[in-house]
Ligand binder design. Structure first.
Ligand code: UD1
Length: 395
């Protein structure tokens, strides 16, 4: 069959912590595609991605060739290397080492350095995930070089353009050739923006692939023992959004509420580097050191995070990923934001928005058992990576 024997070459881009959980299943499913299970071995089910006994027109002997590019947006061991190790990600083939800077400088550095990679490597597709600066910058480079772009986790909208991630989502989706969405609202948002229907592919939630694949390992670590809390009787907190942590008054109000909450249930709070820097600047770190029930930790790995989330009374967060992970694990989640780009976690899941004004009341509600029980959204089933690979090889 003419044309289908060409080897497919992908560049996979990862830059910041939440990207690593989204790239891991794609790499794992590429490996499965490249090594179809021998159908004559009856103990192995047929490889669903590359079933060598089906009419799949892709030649199974032509592997998918991929290059993993780390932009270096996140570079601390706890923000990057730990995740590569725990998720069994291969060492990046190329690290652009852009580091931290203002949005313009960080984005500009990625543009300059990634263009060279694309010119050298000449991939068929660049695959970007999520909504961080690396996502938008690499998509922009590729599309300007006429390289096709696929965006995984497309279509999410908070409709809040003060969020840097919303700008990254809008730009990336506007220029991508394939838009892999996690939920129906993603399809609807894209269609409303005039994206042709044939570019939109609802494949489910890629983060949930990683969650399912790692749940046993996460449970086995019994992280609550390590952090000195009783299983099922603590609150897990993460906060890093500029809108929550960059303003002294807001941060101070949140902190006062957390200290009050810790008198009712111990609070475990792994602190993002951005948040730590702000807390230090505001002189609030010492305040926490005096409170034994509010435990501030350095950033923790993926397995400990999932283990702590699953066994917490509830989660307070401003992270996107945690809203989804709590929905899947059916753990109550309070999201400290005025909006979410993941409305399905509210309509179907266990998520509820909260604010500085309402958080104390919301804590009491949840601690007293009043919270949505939730169901798991469609296609959050651990097979999103498979669906993505299938579509890419056909495209
Ligand atoms: C970025 C993403 C955000 C995502 C978050 C997850 C953008 C615009 N934001 O935010 O969507 O939710 O990652 O963590 O892309 N820093 C370190 N070590 C590191 C990385 C960062 O100390 O390894 C510090 C630096 O002081 C840096 C600050 O954290 O200036 C912010 O890092 P940056 O990547 O700009 O944004 P995040 O807040 O991490």
């Amino acid at each position: 069959m003419k044309g289908v024997n060409k080897e497919l070459k992908l560049i996979l881009v990862a830059g910041a912590r939440p990207n690593f959980m989204k790239i891991a299943p794609i790499i794992s499913d590429i490996k499965k595609f490249n090594n179809p299970i021998n159908p004559t071995n009856s103990s192995n089910p047929t490889n669903p991605i590359n079933p060598s006994n089906s009419s799949n027109p892709i030649n199974p002997i032509n592997p998918i060739n991929y290059i993993l590019v780390h932009t270096g947006q996140h570079y601390d061991v706890e923000m990057s290397e730990t995740f590569f190790r725990e998720l069994e990600l291969p060492k990046p083939d190329i690290n652009l080492a852009v580091g931290s800077a203002s949005h313009a400088v960080q984005t500009g550095e990625i543009l300059i350095r990634f263009e060279k990679v694309c010119l050298d490597e000449k991939p068929d597709w660049v695959i970007v995930v999520g909504d961080v600066n690396s996502t938008m910058a690499c998509a922009l480079v590729a599309v300007k070089l006429s390289i096709k772009v696929a965006h995984v986790e497309a279509g999410l909208r908070s409709f809040d353009r003060t969020m840097p991630e919303e700008i990254n989502r809008l730009v990336t989706d506007a220029i991508s050739d394939l838009l892999f969405t996690p939920s129906v609202d993603g399809d609807e948002n894209l269609m409303r923006e005039g994206v042709p229907k044939e570019k939109i592919k609802r494949v489910g939630n890629i983060m949930i692939d990683t969650l399912i694949a790692n749940l046993d390992k996460a449970r086995a670590r019994k992280a609550w023992e390590k952090f000195g809390v009783e299983r099922g009787n603590y609150v897990f907190v993460t906060l890093h959004r500029p809108s929550n942590v960059d303003d002294r008054e807001v941060m101070s109000g949140i902190f006062t509420n957390l200290i009050r909450l810790s008198e009712k249930a111990p609070v475990i709070f792994p602190v993002h580097p951005r948040t730590r820097k702000q807390l230090e600047g505001f002189g609030m770190l010492r305040q926490a050191e005096n409170s034994r029930a509010l435990k501030l930790l350095d950033p923790i790995g993926y397995h400990d995070t999932i283990g702590l989330v699953e066994n917490s009374r509830f989660v307070l967060t401003d992270s996107g990923g945690l809203q989804e992970e709590t929905t899947f694990l059916k753990v109550p989640c309070l999201t400290l934001r005025p909006n979410t780009e993941r409305p399905v976690t509210i309509s179907h899941g266990t998520n509820k928005l909260t604010s500085l004004e309402t958080m104390e009341r919301d804590f009491d509600y949840v601690l007293n058992g009043y919270h949505p029980k939730g169901t798991i959204p469609d296609l959050w089933d651990g097979r999103t990576g498979e669906r993505i690979i299938e579509i890419l090889v056909k495209a």
